[in-house]
Design a binder for this molecule. Structure first.
Ligand SMILES: Cc1cc2nc3c(=O)[nH]c(=O)nc-3n(C[C@H](O)[C@H](O)[C@H](O)COP(=O)(O)OP(=O)(O)OC[C@H]3O[C@@H](n4cnc5c(N)ncnc54)[C@H](O)[C@@H]3O)c2cc1C
Length: 437
């Protein structure tokens, strides 16, 4: 077993950081990435500027490895996704050399000779990791442990308010699930775009679209959210300990108040009706929104658990995150604005030596930070190396979101049992509302 690699799934920020920590611990990492380069998912939102500053986006063990190659850590400013890749993730993958393989997708993880049903001798068997390369060629390798850092970017949520694609959504080519780029105004310039969703990605989309509108007369932007406007709709604002995260929501609020963005509240998409080149969104109450030339659905992400079907997991039924961290990050329950750091003990699964880390460890919860993941992978590498004291140590206090009362998921305030502050309450803002059809 000791001669086998620790397989890390995904060469995003967390997979590469895992490899750097494992290497420092004298373990042999093998990072398997389906994309063509480091940070393949980040590169897909490369035009978006991060709300975290450089020092919050680099992992300490990775910095130590990179500095041994003469690399200098960027110390100030807020990179775009593309800059995160170019100035940090790509050099890190290069420094890890043969420990990273690109163009291979992990399609299954199991135990050698044992499906999920078989308990006998299970922990003594190596993992088998099934792979498929770009040409469709299948292979498998043995691993002593598996760290799943595959993120959630590949599975965006649908426009449908019940979590399933709305009727007509699958065939509506006007709907996309990515943040628009103001440098590619194409389908948005001089047209009507509807943005669905209420998190940081939706705020970013509104920002990009208002930049397009500034140069393209006739551009219309409508933002539809499922709930009423409450004091947490726009995030923590000035109370957010990450100022640029707070600023995202404040910018969205200003765009609504200036009339640059029309806001529709209480809209829950049930159906997408195509009318020539445009679509009309039909709400669950029959209200109609549109016609729109483009719809941008930014309703969160889900973890892909399909390739973990043959290993034993203990995930929270709501979030699909490791059960012991779910209560801290569940928007239905969480009411303090701060999230505690998590380590190996929180992330461990019934399947020994299997860990879910990074964005994937938060399942459907929207509040993951790179800092959280770097602390997770430090702890997991220590646990795999048998250093249980270091694995149990917590070396991070996370910044407060400034959103008191929990993000919540519906209009009715959730019971605030044990909460540290009162639930969010409805507010009125001066805004130009949009007439529904
Ligand atoms: C628009 C946006 C802005 C964000 N801004 C911030 C910010 O300012 N500050 C902050 O702290 N966090 C931010 N985050 C959150 C988080 O830090 C990032 O999403 C980060 O990229 C998560 O890292 P990760 O390594 O867990 O996952 P990812 O970056 O998604 O990497 C996962 C990798 O795994 C690969 N992969 C997936 N499935 C497989 C498979 N089956 N086989 C092989 N490879 C696979 C993917 O191709 C990808 O390269 C932001 C997220 C988004 C989407």
């Amino acid at each position: 077993m000791d001669k086998l690699p620790v397989v890390v799934i995904g060469a995003g920020p967390q997979g590469l950081a895992s490899a750097a920590h494992l290497r420092e611990r004298g373990l042999r990492p093998l990072v398997l990435e389906r994309g063509a380069g480091a940070g393949a998912a980040v590169a897909e939102w490369g035009h978006v500027r991060l709300f975290s500053a450089w020092p919050e986006l680099v992992d300490p063990a990775s910095v130590r490895l990179l500095e041994s190659t003469g690399w200098e850590a960027p110390t100030t400013g807020y990179p775009t996704g593309q800059q995160w890749v170019e100035r940090y993730l790509a050099p890190l993958a290069q420094a890890l050399g043969q420990h990273v393989r690109f163009g291979v997708e992990v399609v299954g993880v199991s135990r050698a000779g044992r499906d999920r049903l078989v308990s006998s001798g299970r922990a003594d068997q190596p993992f088998t990791v099934h792979l498929r390369d770009g040409a469709g060629v299948e292979s498998r390798i043995a691993a002593r442990a598996v760290i799943d850092a595959s993120g959630t970017w590949g599975r965006p949520g649908p426009a449908g308010a019940d979590g399933l694609p709305a009727i007509g959504e699958r065939s509506a080519r006007q709907i996309s699930y990515r943040i628009p780029d103001h440098r590619e105004p194409g389908v948005h310039a001089g047209k009507h775009t509807v943005v669905l969703g209420s998190g940081a990605s939706a705020f970013n989309a509104l920002h990009e679209l208002t930049r397009i509108a500034a140069h393209s007369p006739g551009t219309r932007i409508t933002w539809a959210i499922r709930r009423a406007v409450r004091d947490d709709t726009f995030g923590g604002g000035g109370a957010d300990e990450l100022p640029e995260r707070g600023a995202l929501g404040l910018r969205a609020r200003a765009a609504v108040e200036s009339g640059a963005v029309g806001l529709v509240t209480g809209f829950r998409t049930a159906r997408v009706r195509t009318m020539g080149d445009q679509v009309v969104l039909v709400g669950e109450d029959g209200a109609e929104l549109g016609p729109a030339d483009a719809v941008v659905a930014l309703t969160g992400f889900r973890p892909d658990l399909s390739f973990l079907a043959e290993v034993r997991l203990d995930l929270d039924p709501t979030l699909e995150a490791p059960r012991s961290i779910a209560a801290d990050i569940d928007p239905n329950l969480h009411s303090c604005g701060s999230v505690r750091a998590t380590g190996a003990a929180d992330l461990a699964q019934p399947e020994p030596d299997l860990y879910l880390v990074g964005m994937k460890s938060y399942g459907r919860a929207p509040t993951f930070l790179a800092l959280t993941g770097y602390e997770q992978v430090r702890s997991v590498a220590a646990a795999l190396a048998g250093d249980h004291e270091a694995a149990a140590r917590v070396e991070l206090v996370l910044p407060d979101t400034g959103v008191c009362g929990g993000a919540g998921t519906f209009d009715e305030p959730e019971a605030a049992d044990g909460g540290c502050c009162a639930p969010a309450t409805p507010i009125s803002i001066s805004r130009r509302t949009v007439n529904l059809l």
